[in-house]
Design a protein around this ligand. Structure first.
Ligand code: G4P
Length: 527
């Protein structure tokens, strides 16, 4: 018989869903998040998240730079309950200037919701974030938003998912018209119509029908839209993918929902299906084998470190994803890399607005730990043993700048800042072969600005950044590497661990180098 503790773990883990919303800026992530939180009663009035987006400094006064730019540099976490589930939404910055943090946050999610603007289709940032999810093989659910505006043909949208992202899709519902003519959606599972009533946001009228060919559908949609709907659905039934739960779980097939977040249309249906289909926290690989979430022993890893969330205290917060067991405030755990025991005294949870102190949390939850400088990205904490989780992925930088110190008197502080900030994962650094010039590599422009700002404010060092024309970094693995092969539109550098990395200005230069060195491997990330 299960003990009370086993029972508790089983229930708590079973009800958790931890996911991230991936989208391109302006697709409606803030709006969707807000509606989801409203369902959970986590916020009372619509507009809270929106207000937070508009005036970030009021709520996440974490970094001065956020205030200056009016955007969120940080990714935070929101938690709410809905129909017996506990839901953790990992927020990723919506601005173009995303960073490696955004990518790393995705490693803490068990599934992803891909939000797409029905008029724009798959956009650049969605593509990048999708690829990270794809690599992990997590389930991806698609919400196609803004059907109340003129939209692309739904088949074209699905075709884009396949062509640009390489994922097959299964539409759970199908839109009837779009824009001014938008009538609602037909639910393929339940054989029902959900009618769109723009003026009555929140209330969705549902009509049971015998199938899409039901005369009631014709009556409501009118001849033209009815015929289109019948044609579309017949085609889907014949030529579309079948629903396959295993393929959803492995991220090969995405369930697709159509709706309009701002009108709260389709959001509840989406949420309810999502909760049924999305995975609960799953086991993770470690040096000690698979770590089961329901195990009684607490373990977790740091996936992100945020400096100066509260400027008054100059504190850092380490975001920890709990992988197994139960967290209790004040508990002592082993900091595996350091080999020491530490007490988790003041952990925080991040609900839309406030930072609340948490007393208990379970596998799947994210907690924030005060960090006096003892954590690094990827560190694991555990109650027993010496679990180390699979290393967090690193990402191939796409933007590069040469960095120099304005005053040579500050060299010591500069070195310290450089070491600490690269350890935190703020930027990646490279040294040129021969000259030892320092080149920073990032995935988002904002990382340069954060680096420059923090160098000045935390280490008192003024730096100069000079953009380099490189676009690609490839780790070169070969028995013998000849630096002279990297002269035209490319440069050979070394990373922190002295691995050789070639930087290229364009694809042509990269291909030429590959052709010249057929025995070498060119890897996107460090070996
Ligand atoms: P983001 O976080 O992904 O950047 O997007 P956000 O939710 O801020 O939405 C971007 C814009 O799209 C907002 O308009 C928002 O109101 C609008 N939007 C979101 N969902 C829908 C929808 O279902 N239909 C329509 N028609 N619009 C939608 P905005 O003009 O930028 O802001 P605001 O003036 O509404 O505050």
């Amino acid at each position: 018989m299960a003990t009370a503790m086993e029972q508790e773990m089983h229930e708590e883990v079973g009800k958790r869903r931890t996911f991230a919303i991936i989208s391109h800026p302006d697709a409606g992530k803030t709006t969707l998040t807000e509606k989801l939180l409203l369902f959970g009663g986590a916020i009372r009035e619509a507009g809270t998240v929106k207000a937070r987006k508009a005036s970030r400094h009021a709520t996440s006064d974490w970094m001065e730079i956020e205030k200056q730019r009016g955007i969120s540099v940080t990714s935070s976490v929101m938690q709410f309950d809905y129909e017996g589930h506990r839901i953790n939404i990992l927020d990723t910055p919506g601005h173009q200037d995303f960073s490696e943090d955004t990518y790393r946050t995705l490693t803490a999610a068990d599934s992803a919701v891909m939000l797409i603007d029905a008029a724009k289709g798959v956009e650049a940032q969605t593509k990048k974030l999708f690829q990270v999810c794809r690599k992990r093989g997590i389930p991806i659910f698609t919400f196609i938003n803004k059907l109340d505006r003129e939209a692309q043909n739904p088949f074209e949208l699905l075709e884009e998912l396949e062509r640009l992202l390489g994922i097959r899709s299964y539409p759970m519902n199908w839109p009837i018209g779009s824009g001014k003519q938008f009538c609602g959606v037909y639910d393929r599972e339940k054989s029902q119509l959900e009618l769109f009533q723009p003026e009555e946001t929140g209330s969705v009228e549902v009509r049971e029908v015998s199938g899409y060919e039901d005369p009631l559908v014709k009556e409501i949609a009118g001849d033209y839209l009815y015929e289109r709907l019948c044609e579309d659905l017949q085609l889907l039934d014949v030529a579309g993918d079948a629903f396959d739960y295993e393929k959803v779980r492995s991220g090969e097939l995405t369930p697709v929902f159509f709706g309009s977040a701002i009108n709260n249309f389709g959001v509840q249906t989406f949420l309810e299906n999502f909760l049924q289909l999305a995975p609960k926290p799953e086991p993770r690989n470690s040096t000690e084998g698979l770590v089961e979430p329901e195990s009684g022993k607490f373990s977790g890893y740091v996936f992100k470190i945020q400096a100066n969330m509260n400027p008054a205290h100059r504190d850092r917060i380490a975001f920890l994803r709990i992988v197994s067991g139960k967290f209790e405030r004040g508990m002592a755990v082993k900091h595996v890399r350091v080999g020491k025991e530490i007490k988790l005294a003041q952990p925080q949870q991040f609900l839309a607005q406030d930072r609340d102190i948490v007393d208990t949390a379970y596998a799947g939850d994210i907690i924030g730990l005060f960090d006096p400088g003892i954590f690094r990205i990827g560190d694991s904490l555990c109650q027993s043993g010496a679990i180390v989780f699979d290393e967090l992925p690193t990402f191939s930088p796409e933007l590069f700048s040469k960095v120099t110190v304005k005053s040579s008197l500050k060299h010591k502080q500069y070195q310290k800042g450089l070491d600490q900030l690269t350890e935190e994962g703020t930027v990646q650094i490279f040294r040129t072969v021969g000259f030892d010039d320092i080149i920073l590599g990032v995935v988002g422009q904002l990382q340069f600005e954060v680096f420059e700002y923090r160098m000045k404010n935390e280490y008192g060092v003024d730096i100069m950044l000079q953009r380099m024309p490189f676009q690609f970094a490839r780790w070169v693995v070969d028995d013998k590497i000849d630096p002279t092969k990297f002269r035209i539109n490319s440069q050979l550098v070394r990373d922190r661990n002295d691995h050789f990395v070639a930087l290229f200005e364009n694809e042509y230069a990269m291909r030429t180098a590959m052709d010249k060195m057929p025995s070498a491997k060119f890897l996107e990330t460090a070996p």
